[in-house]
Design a protein around this ligand. Structure first.
Ligand SMILES: *[C@@H]1O[C@H](CO)[C@@H](O)[C@H](O)[C@H]1NC(C)=O
Ligand SMILES: *[C@@H]1O[C@H](CO)[C@@H](O)[C@H](O)[C@H]1NC(C)=O
Ligand SMILES: *[C@@H]1O[C@H](CO)[C@@H](O)[C@H](O)[C@H]1NC(C)=O
Ligand SMILES: [Zn+2]
Length: 416
């Protein structure tokens, strides 16, 4: 059972479902959210204007640190930053003593829904330096999260693709008249709209087929074909066994969430492997649902078992949280939930190194962010300095000492 509230939360901060200029009819809820979104966007843009006069990347030498190279911790050494980039050496750099700590590539949350600059600040304070926004609304708001100096880098999908009468649409209070996408012939237009709004990937919703109103297989296939024709990857919400099958049949690139009904089995896992599909399990949202009674213990066990099996099958697993702008305990909090996600992935059977890779090198590669994810010359200087050994104990990622984003240190890191 993927509960109503589960879907509601997914839809709410996605806050997006309905609006597009090419579609008529904005029911009350969508119009209100649209207007609220524009107001938040206006404030975000004012904040960006203020930032531009301040932070500039200095040359920095971070000494006395053990770098996580994607596989292991290297011996104590120094890492240099110049012009926002990691460089082999920088003459006259300002020295920052790393005190024997571990330097990680900045963390990437592969599924989240920030709306404001304040959310980006919480990410930064927790060492999350890239946010993959798995749908947002309206486009003005999505774009207002981009290019904030010294704050996390944001990539977004824009609207998710769903049908007017889907559970995702209806639970959000959208009327059937609100056209989102109803047939395969609309797929090219939907993808073109998202691309024009600044989306760098496409988000599609697969719901269980017993909800007769969800995207059918042909429309899902057409969305993926259109996205790929535009060189966009597709992330697909699929939180039940049947939906994962539909996502795989459509050849999505990333299956987001994992089933809470029947765990992934050998048949589906073989398809992940054969097609090179990656998984973003978002155990954090399922732990949240378990805590508030929206799934039962068996539902969480199914999710956890799916992750155990994904790992055993060699499917790349990316760390994502589904963090939302809802008060605790109704959604995973921004930032800190990525550290919780790493712990949950380890509890599901990933090694600590695999968990670290899920939020760094793998998350970067599979989101086509080839300028980050590893601490190496030429990469963006997105860095997280922690104390303790995260390979010995994944919870050490919470011991945040310092954070740099494109070489700009974020003042005011979290104490977890
Ligand atoms: C959505 O549901 C309404 C009310 O049941 C129905 O009139 C409408 O045709 C449905 N739309 C689609 C696209 O299925
Ligand atoms: C999650 O999976 C791991 C590895 O299979 C297992 O040890 C653990 O007990 C599981 N936890 C839950 C809550 O099912
Ligand atoms: C990891 O560290 C946390 C926080 O200090 C501690 O609660 C936990 O027991 C440790 N886990 C292991 C496996 O040592
Ligand atoms: Zn989500």
């Amino acid at each position: 059972m993927f509960s109503f509230l589960a879907i509601f939360i997914t839809a709410l901060s996605l806050a997006e479902s309905a609006y597009s200029c090419s579609h008529v009819g904005h029911p009350g809820a969508a119009r209100r959210l649209y207007q609220e979104g524009l107001e938040i966007a206006r404030m975000n843009n004012i904040r960006r204007g203020n930032q531009q006069t301040t932070s500039a990347a200095k040359s920095i030498a971070i000494t006395n640190v053990r770098v996580f190279d994607g596989e292991k911790l290297l011996p104590l050494n120094s890492v240099y930053i110049a012009g926002g980039i990691i460089v082999p050496y920088a003459e006259g750099a300002e020295v920052v003593d790393g005190n024997g700590g571990v330097l990680l590539s900045g963390l990437i949350d592969a599924h989240t829904h920030p709306a404001s600059v304040a959310h980006l600040e919480v990410f930064a304070s927790n060492g999350v330096t890239t946010a993959i926004v798995a749908s947002c609304f309206p486009a003005t708001l999505c774009n207002s999260l981009l290019n904030h100096a010294g704050l996390p880098d944001v990539r977004f999908s824009g609207l998710f693709a769903t049908t007017p009468n889907s559970t995702h649409a209806l639970m959000f209070g959208l009327l059937p008249a609100t056209q989102i996408i109803t047939s395969a012939s609309q797929a090219p237009g939907f993808v073109a709209d998202q691309l024009a709004s600044g989306a760098t990937f496409i988000k599609v919703i697969a719901e269980a087929p017993d909800f007769a109103t969800t995207l059918d297989q042909a429309t899902t296939n057409a969305l993926v074909t259109s996205a790929h024709a535009n060189h966009l990857c597709v992330a697909c919400h699929a939180a039940d066994y049947a939906a994962v099958g539909r996502a795989l049949t459509a050849h999505v690139n990333q299956a987001h969430h994992v089933p809470t009904d029947t765990p992934l089995d050998a048949a589906l896992l073989a398809r992940f492997v054969a097609q090179g599909t990656v998984s973003v399990p978002t155990l954090s949202i399922f732990a949240t649902f378990l805590a508030i009674g929206q799934i039962d213990a068996a539902g969480y066990v199914a999710a956890n078992t799916s992750v155990t099996r994904l790992r055993a099958a060699g499917v790349p697993v990316l760390a994502g949280t589904d963090s939302h702008d809802l008060p605790a305990p109704f959604a995973p909090p921004f930032g800190s939930s990525l550290h919780a996600e790493l712990e949950l992935l380890v509890q599901a059977g990933l090694s600590t190194v695999e968990a670290l890779r899920s939020a760094t090198v793998l998350a970067a590669q599979h989101n086509l962010l080839f300028d980050r994810g590893v601490v190496a010359p030429g990469m963006r200087a997105d860095l997280l300095l922690i104390s303790g050994d995260p390979i010995a104990n994944i919870s050490a990622t919470r011991n945040i000492q310092r954070v740099w984003i494109a070489g700009v240190e974020y003042a005011g890191v979290a104490t977890n």
